[in-house]
Design a protein around this ligand. Sequence first.
Ligand SMILES: *[C@@H]1O[C@H](CO)[C@@H](O)[C@H](O)[C@H]1NC(C)=O
Ligand SMILES: *[C@@H]1O[C@H](CO)[C@@H](O)[C@H](O)[C@H]1NC(C)=O
Ligand SMILES: *[C@@H]1O[C@H](CO)[C@@H](O)[C@H](O)[C@H]1NC(C)=O
Length: 474
Amino acid sequence: MRSLFHSLALLVALLARVASAVHTVEVQGQSFVDTVTKKRLMVIGVDYQPGGQAGYKPQEGRDPLSEVDICLRDAIMLQRLGVNTIRVYNVDPTLNHDECASIFNAAGIYMIIDVNGPFSGESINRAEPWTSYHEDYLKRIFGVVENFMGYPNTLGFFAANEVMNDMDTGKVNPQYIRAVQRDLKNYIKNHADRTIPVGYSAADVREILQDTWAYLQCAHDDDQSSSDFFGLNSYSWCGGDATFESAQYDVLVDMFKNSSIPVFFSEYGCNEVKPRVFDEVQALYGEQMTVLSGGLVYEYSQEESDYGLAIINDNGTVTLRVDYDNLQEQFNKLDMARIESLNPTATSIDAPECTSRLITNQAFDTNFTIPDVCPGCADLIENGIDNPTRGQLVEVTATEAPNAIYGSTGTEVEGLTLKLLPNDEANGPSGETTSPSGTGTGSAAEPSKTGAASKITGGWGLLVAVFFALLTAL
Ligand SMILES: *[C@@H]1O[C@H](CO)[C@@H](O)[C@H](O)[C@H]1NC(C)=O
Ligand SMILES: *[C@@H]1O[C@H](CO)[C@@H](O)[C@H](O)[C@H]1NC(C)=O
Ligand SMILES: *[C@@H]1O[C@H](CO)[C@@H](O)[C@H](O)[C@H]1NC(C)=O
C-alpha cells in the first residue's frame, strides 16, 4: 500500500512537472527558435518591473520575482493579454525565484533577465567602465546566471542596458560590454546545461545606434564576446497618426536586414499620445518587418513615468488601463501562423569580422582589443562562484487570482485564473477581451470562460494521472 501511494505521488508530481515545462529557445541566425518544434519565437512581450526600480529591495529580501501572490496575479493578466515573454530589470541573485519562474513557465511565458542592478557596483559605470569591471561585479552577474539558468523559460540575459547614450559614452564602453558578454557566455558554457543567449539593450540614439550594433555583433577571434541578440528601446512610433515611415521603421529594417543576430524592441510604446492605441504592433509583426523578432511593451505597471498597462493599487488589487485593452486588441489581430512559420534558416548571415571599417563614425569605439578578464575573475569563470542560489521549477498548484482585478471602467473582472498550458506551449494572443463593457472592442467580455475551461482541464489531468498511477502500481 505504501509503495502504491509512493508511486502514485511520484507520478502525479512527475506529470505535474513535465506538463508545465516550455521548450527552451535558442538563437539561429536572425531568429529565436524553439529547440523542439523549430518554429520561430517572435517575442510578444511586456517589460515587468512592478514598483519600478523601488520594487528591487535586496535589503528586505524582495524583488519583482520573489513574491508568489504578486507573480500569480500579474502572470494571469499577462497571459490573458497574450504575451509570451517578460523582461525583468533588477533581480537579487541570492533570493529564491522558483515559484515565480514556475508560474510564468506554466503560463507559457519566457523571461529575459537583466543581470545588473541599480545600486553601486551592480553595473558598468559608463563614465569610467574600467573601475566597475571587477571580481565583485562578476560575482553578482554570475549569481544571476546561476539563479536563472535552471529554468527552461529563461530566454536570455541582458549583459547591459543603455550604457552608451551618446557619442561620448560610445568611445570606450563597447569594449567593456563585450568583455562582460564574453565572461557571461563562458560562465554559461562552463556551468549551465544548455546555451542561454546573452545580449545588449540599446537606447534609440540614432547617432550611435548602427555603430553600437555593428560593434557588438561582429566576430572577434572566437572569443565569445559578441552579442547573441540586440535589443533596441524604441519610442519613435507615437500615436494613431504615425506610420511605418514617420516612425522610421523603414530605416530600422534597412539597418538590421544584414544582422547576424536577432534584433527586437527591448522596450517600445511611446506615450506622447494618450491613451496609447499601439498601432505599431501591426507594423512590428507585419510582413515588412520580419527582420525584427518582435518586442516588449514598456511596461506592465503604472509608475511615475506613466507607461503602465495596469495600476497596482495599494491593497494589492489591479485596475487595468485602457492601454491594456487596446494592446490586447492589437495582439488579437496578429496572424500567429504566419509569424511563427517563418523559416529561420532563410535569414542566416555570418557575422563580419570585427574591423574599424564597420564603424561609420570614427568618434565611436574602433578599438576591438577586448579588455583582459579582470584580476581573480578567470577562476570564477572556470570553477564557479561560491554557494550560488540555483533555481529550479517547482509544481504550480494555485491558479486562482489572489486579488480582485478591475477592468478599465472599474467593474471587477470575474473568474480569472492562470491557465496551465500543456507541455511545449508558449502563450499567445487569447482572442478575448478583458475589461467588462464599454472599452476595447466595445463589447462586453465574458471573462470567466477560459478560467472555467482551464480548471476542468487541470482536473482531468489529475484524474488521468491518478488512473495511470493505479494501473502501474497494480
Ligand atoms: C548589407 O549587406 C549588403 C551586401 O553585403 C551591403 O551592401 C550593405 O552595405 C549592408 N548594409 C549594412 C547596413 O551593413
Ligand atoms: C482596493 O483599492 C482600490 C483603489 O483604491 C479600490 O477601488 C478597491 O475597492 C479596493 N478593493 C478592496 C478589495 O479593498
Ligand atoms: C584598446 O583597448 C585596450 C584594452 O581594451 C587598451 O589596452 C589599448 O590601449 C587600447 N588601444 C588604444 C589605441 O586606445
